[in-house]
Design a protein around this ligand. Sequence first.
Ligand code: ADP
Length: 422
Amino acid sequence: MTEDKVTIQEFKLDPDCELRFELESKNEKMTLELKSGLAEVFGTELVKGKKYEFTCGAKVAVFTWQGCAVEVIGKTDVSYIAKETPMSLYLNCHAAMERMREVAEKDDTRGPILMVVGPCDVGKSTLCRLLLNYAVRMGRRPIYVDLDVGQGHIAIPGTVGALLVERPSNVVDGFSQQAPLVFHFGHKNPSSNSVLYNLLVTRLAEVCSDRLQANKKAKVSGIVINTCGWIKGGGYKMLTHAAQAFEVDTILVLDQERLYNELVRDMPDFVKVVFLPKSGGVVERSQIQRNETRDQSVREYFYGSRTPLYPHSFEVKWSEAKLFKIGAPILPSSCMPLGMKAEDNLTKLVAVTPGPSLLHHLLSVSFADSPEDDVVQTNVAGFVCVTNVDVERQTFTILSPQPRPLPNHILLLSEIQFMDTH
Ligand code: ADP
């Protein structure tokens, strides 16, 4: 067998340029090292001499304001230097937010509440990451809100959540997910249950507002909100609902002039709507790749990435858990109890009888103690995955980040499945 030769490439970047690379081949790895100058990956500064290891699926840009030299060891599928980037426009947005924070600091008011919108694959999450990183590098403590249930950057897909950002994101793994506030939605598309989606967004906005009130530093720093790529029809309505719920004062629209014009038309005057071009480096993902990133995010939740995690597997008796899903089919109004609207069914807690159909499904472990509590609007402690169902013994086996027993008994069924092939 011949061993592949290790490829070592050195790139010299002029100021305001970025090196973009993608790693698609399975089992390939590559290492990045800053040799001289200053550079950052989506707003996080690289440490000179430190080796950053990327694996399959990585799509990265190393940007430099001052010029730098980097070394890449290993085979990348794509790597090139781009001279044209929208980074100075993005930096201007950060500068404008900083000015709003200074005013908020002086007047003891709330800092900027900014929402990033646009179609799929235009760099919304990346722009949020950049703005959050620049803010923490200035000593700010902003809240990151992720409303993109398809990818779920804060927890796992099928959830919405918020995170107080206290340090820049890790160059390879993104933001540290310590103590996020997460709500169970249970679907990968917001269109699957728009009533529930809007309810959770409203709830998340309330909790974030309380947190801002309780933490002076966070209050001044404000919120950066990432959204779904569904921007037409019902998706547009959800965006405007989110803008209202969070009382956003700035909306950055990436790449879509139509959406920009619609928002300028529909938003109240105090909301600044800003159009921004997308970066030429943003990589479009196919449906298959999108599914893979979803899977990857769940795998990382259980097994970790750079630092491996060792999840537990144990049996749970059906009688030990109370299983629910959110949302019952809509019935004609005439069939609803007096005083209830047909759409109330969409946010109803519905008991689920365990059975073989649970196999591979993700379950959220609710913080609620009893089904009489408002389970739908209570945040979740974490997630487990059903890896086996034994009908005869009336048990199911779960993969869990924590050892036995289950931290809580109320479990919420997600439509999202994960095959544990570890
Ligand atoms: P969206 O949130 O709009 O769906 P993302 O921010 O997730 O888009 O970007 C899609 C992919 O493109 C991500 O994998 C991200 O790492 C990559 N990406 C973003 N900006 C760049 C860039 N300038 N160079 C290379 N890859 C990039």
